[in-house]
Write a protein that binds this ligand. Structure first.
Ligand code: DQA
Length: 144
């Protein structure tokens, strides 16, 4: 099983960005944690980060025939992007939404998740662990 992990805008700023919310570990540490967990599970993982909505749409389209499932933290685009929602619906792969924080416990403008409308599960509020739970979920559901 090959899983595509997509990270949206400003996640490359982890460690610098609002550490009281997102933690002190940087983006490289997040990628390392995801890769180590994928190795433990025996799944292949590819990680893509972009600050640009169109690049995220293009990478989602490229997952067709290349990956079997998607884990997505669309970051702020979660709450705005019908284009990313449509791309996820177009490829129709099993998709899981993740967030470091829990947007439902934050400002009201973060309560809507367009990207989540194409996702079958959601893990939020657990920091890096949210991503690991998403990998566990996909492994459990599609590989066992
Ligand atoms: C986030 C939550 C979003 O509301 C925010 O815009 C982000 C990060 C999270 O992982 O907690 O950039 O997706």
């Amino acid at each position: 099983m090959r899983i595509l992990v997509i990270n949206g805008p400003n996640l490359n700023m982890l460690g610098i960005r609002e550490p009281e919310l997102y933690g002190k570990k940087d983006y490289a540490a997040l990628c390392a944690a995801i890769e180590a967990h994928a190795r433990r599970l025996g799944v292949e993982v590819g990680i893509f980060q972009s600050n640009c909505e169109g690049e995220i749409v293009t990478r989602i389209q490229q997952a067709l025939g290349r990956e079997d499932a998607v884990v997505i933290n669309a970051a702020a685009y979660t709450h705005t992007s019908i284009a990313i929602l449509d791309a996820l619906k177009a490829i129709a792969l099993p998709t899981v939404e993740v967030h470091l924080t829990d947007p439902m416990l934050r400002e009201e403008f973060r309560h809507i998740s367009y990207t989540g409308m194409a996702c079958e599960a959601r893990f939020a509020g657990a920091g890096f662990e949210s991503y690991l739970k998403a990998l566990d979920y996909l492994h459990e559901k599609y590989l066992k």
